[in-house]
Design a protein around this ligand. Structure first.
Ligand code: ATP
Length: 258
């Protein structure tokens, strides 16, 4: 098993008051290598907190997260950024590119920080540029790109270190419909090539490109759906129905998003 999340709990305490927020109550799930998982849930249900713990950005109050059998919640603070660089890839909703660097340097950044060999960098860059159809953009500055182009560059940067797991937080939130669809097709292709992906999204259309959808509410996983052999379009209908049923049947038609 690539990832095992066991009895994860996160309580936020405010420093100056006694108020506590239970962001995650008891989360359990496992992910096999090669899976593509969407996490859906209403605002405030705990999605970002879960993703932050998987990202080693946040420590849980209790529970464990095993990545390849290593408990990543126990990694020492001074080792956590190296761990992240070597094992995880990140895609954010606002791309997080460095505007003053070229596309090439943005993509290579994780390898530069790991002091990788020049030949390896060249080889991987070529591969990523081909995979994401951005060969013609490599010499541009990041600020010169459109949103869709920026996100493809961000995906190349996330993949260049060949991470065990890619974590994506609302990767289509800043994109229009066409660019969202393009990005979803790219992520689906990348998953088919073997990359494990966990993505948080509000949109059933976006979620439908994954192989499995986990639904979170009040800090627990209450439901999951498998795509099986269905097209993304067919799967999105079932996701929509699940959300509508859960919301009390208030939204019967259309793209019921959280
Ligand atoms: N740093 C923090 N300090 C205190 N409470 C927090 C903190 N971060 C999150 N919370 C609380 O934990 C709960 C879960 O928040 P979280 O951001 O994980 O939800 P979410 O599902 O990602 O929401 P959204 O879809 O709006 O981003 C919320 O009640 C939130 O207010």
């Amino acid at each position: 098993m690539l990832l095992e999340v066991k009895h994860l709990k996160k309580i936020f305490k405010t420093r100056f008051s006694k108020e506590e927020t239970m962001a995650l109550a008891d989360i359990d799930f496992s992910v096999e290598a090669g899976e593509y998982i969407s996490i859906m849930g209403e605002s405030g249900s705990g999605k970002t907190t879960l993703l932050n713990i998987l990202s080693t950005l946040e420590k849980p109050t209790s529970g464990t997260v095993l990545l390849n059998s290593e408990d990543i919640t126990a990694i020492k603070d001074q080792e956590v950024s190296i761990f992240r660089r070597e094992h995880l890839g990140f895609v954010f909703q606002d791309f997080n590119l460095l505007d003053t660097l070229s596309v090439r340097d943005n993509i290579l950044l994780p390898l530069v920080l790991s002091k990788a060999e020049l030949n390896l960098m060249k080889e991987r860059l070529k591969l990523m540029a081909e995979k994401l159809h951005i060969q013609d953009l490599l010499n541009k500055q990041a600020f010169e790109l459109s949103g869709g182009q920026k996100q493809r560059v961000a995906v190349a940067r996330a993949l260049i270190s060949e991470p065990d797991l890619v974590l994506a937080d609302e990767p289509t939130a800043a994109l229009d419909f066409k660019n969202s669809e393009d990005l979803m097709n790219i992520l689906e292709d990348i998953n088919l090539m073997g990359q494990t992906i966990i993505m948080v999204t509000h949109s059933s259309l976006v979620a439908s490109h994954a192989k499995r959808v986990l639904f979170i509410k009040d800090g627990v996983l209450y439901h999951q759906l498998y795509r099986g052999n269905r097209s993304a379009n067919e799967f999105s209908k079932e996701i929509t129905l699940s959300i509508a049923a859960f919301l009390g049947g208030a939204r019967e038609e259309g793209n019921a998003d959280f």
